[in-house]
Design a protein around this ligand. Structure first.
Ligand SMILES: Cc1cc2nc3c(=O)[nH]c(=O)nc-3n(C[C@H](O)[C@H](O)[C@H](O)COP(=O)(O)O)c2cc1C
Length: 187
């Protein structure tokens, strides 16, 4: 395969298999500069990023814990701890926030797609720099308390927590999907 295409052979790494080093600030800025090339109707750039590393991850862990307790006051303590431990698995988390404006010309779905393309570019760029990454959501991504604690406005949505780091090991890859199953040459 052509080398340029090979660098687009994206894969996810489970968050628990992502260790230090994570992309440093300069590498993160390179990755986000690629994210910012996402296709974008109307040049709205309807997204922004929050990076969380080091001790700040403990703050996110506390927020997750409080959010779960609000949703499920009788939660099993072991489950609660497991959920709280999630942000501590990887050295860096980038929260991708869709920043939606009310536009007669550019519907919300197009703005969400643009934010999703930016998130995907983070995955591609991090792999191209030799880092591992995975896009995760779960109930906390859609929890208004979590959004408020992270400083989101009411027109903003979390579209993903992207965990980043150096892969501890390579995950065996499933056979790639067959293009023929997804393509119809319409005549
Ligand atoms: C919007 C979005 C949300 C996701 N949320 C989760 C999640 O919460 N938990 C999970 O295990 N995988 C989640 N995934 C899937 C993983 O990011 C990943 O794509 C999947 O494990 C398949 O691995 P691959 O990317 O190497 O094909 C999500 C993917 C997307 C696009």
């Amino acid at each position: 395969m052509n080398d340029a295409l090979k660098s687009l052979n994206r894969y996810s790494t489970p968050a628990k298999a992502l260790s230090a080093p994570a992309p440093d600030q300069g590498q993160l800025e390179q990755i986000l500069s690629i994210a910012l090339t996402a296709p974008d109707h109307g040049r709205l750039r309807p997204y922004r990023f929050i990076s969380i590393r080091g001790d700040a991850r403990h703050h996110l862990s506390d927020i997750f814990g409080q959010a779960i307790l609000q949703r499920e006051p009788d939660v099993d303590p072991a489950y609660l701890q497991k959920q709280k431990d999630k942000p501590l698995r990887s050295p860096l988390i980038v929260v991708v926030v869709a920043n939606l404006i009310d536009s007669p010309k550019i519907p919300e779905i197009e703005q969400m797609l643009s934010a999703g393309a930016a998130a995907h570019n983070i995955l591609l760029a991090s792999n191209a720099l030799g880092f591992g990454s995975i896009w995760l959501t779960g109930a906390n991504a859609y929890d208004p308390f979590v959004c408020k604690q992270l400083g989101l406005d009411e027109h903003e949505r979390i579209i993903g927590f992207i965990y980043l780091g150096t892969p501890d090991f390579c995950i065996p890859r499933a056979a790639p999907p067959r293009v023929d199953d997804y393509l119809k040459n319409w005549e």
